[in-house]
Design a protein around this ligand. Sequence first.
Ligand SMILES: Cc1cc2nc3c(=O)[nH]c(=O)nc-3n(C[C@H](O)[C@H](O)[C@H](O)COP(=O)(O)OP(=O)(O)OC[C@H]3O[C@@H](n4cnc5c(N)ncnc54)[C@H](O)[C@@H]3O)c2cc1C
Length: 263
Amino acid sequence: MNIVVCIKQTPDTAATVAVKDGHVTWGDAALVINPWDEYAVEEALRLKEKHNGKVIALCMGAESGKESLKTCLAMGCDEAYLISDPALKGSDVSATATALAAAIKKAAADLVICGKQAIDGDTGITVSAIAAKLNWNLLTYLSKIDAIDFAAKTIQVERSLEEGKQICDSKLPAVLSVVKDINEPRYPSFMGIRKAAKAVIPTWSVADLGVKADEVGAAGSAVTWPEIYPLPARESNVEIIGGESPEEIAAKLAEKLIGEKVI
Ligand SMILES: Cc1cc2nc3c(=O)[nH]c(=O)nc-3n(C[C@H](O)[C@H](O)[C@H](O)COP(=O)(O)OP(=O)(O)OC[C@H]3O[C@@H](n4cnc5c(N)ncnc54)[C@H](O)[C@@H]3O)c2cc1C
């Protein structure tokens, strides 16, 4: 039984994201596992501990993604692969999902777990796109896996919606996305960190995935980004109202508010 976890590498939540020369930049801020994806890793590890099998982490991105994959290994994942290739440059969600779905097939996955969204791209639709490419069932925003039977290929989950909870039964294989109520991600163990530090993470190119170069990257994307710009600074007029006493200041303020028809 192989559980694949899709993790994206994102800037740390404390990073200041800016737009410079038409490109998004976060300077030299630390890169981390997308925080939502830590919950996906944790849930996969818990399933492995209960049902045996293997947890395989996949990340599509730059070479630096290997550091985040090492964190997955340190947490307890069995294998980790980076999907990286110049042909992937300019990939939209659909092209990203094409590459990830091919990697998921290569990993012979029985189940895929993702985070609910990436804190940088923020679309939250890669999960659905992966399920569509694989033609697998899609179960999103899970706050609990109630039951899973890999032999019978069935799963029962609790979906967390704004209006309440929803219990869903489905057949496997499936693609899941999880929310943070599902668990508390573990810290990597000291032994895990030492083992992961020595690990060599293989890189899968598009050729390794059996994907044609024009199915991914800018060539395989329907979405282009003709312009990226920062929001204009909000204009505001500030007037400091002075006076000898709080009563005087309050009276002047009330007069102004009445004058502006605010009160
Ligand atoms: C101008 C522009 C240029 C871009 N160029 C590139 C590029 O050259 N190369 C490139 O790789 N991307 C590129 N992207 C980003 C890419 O389009 C998105 O990151 C991708 O479509 C995922 O969307 P998202 O970040 O909204 O993820 P969401 O849909 O919010 O993510 C949901 C979940 O899907 C999984 N997931 C998402 N992305 C990945 C990933 N990369 N690896 C593993 N799991 C993942 C995670 O579990 C995540 O929690 C570009 C985006 C823009 C705006």
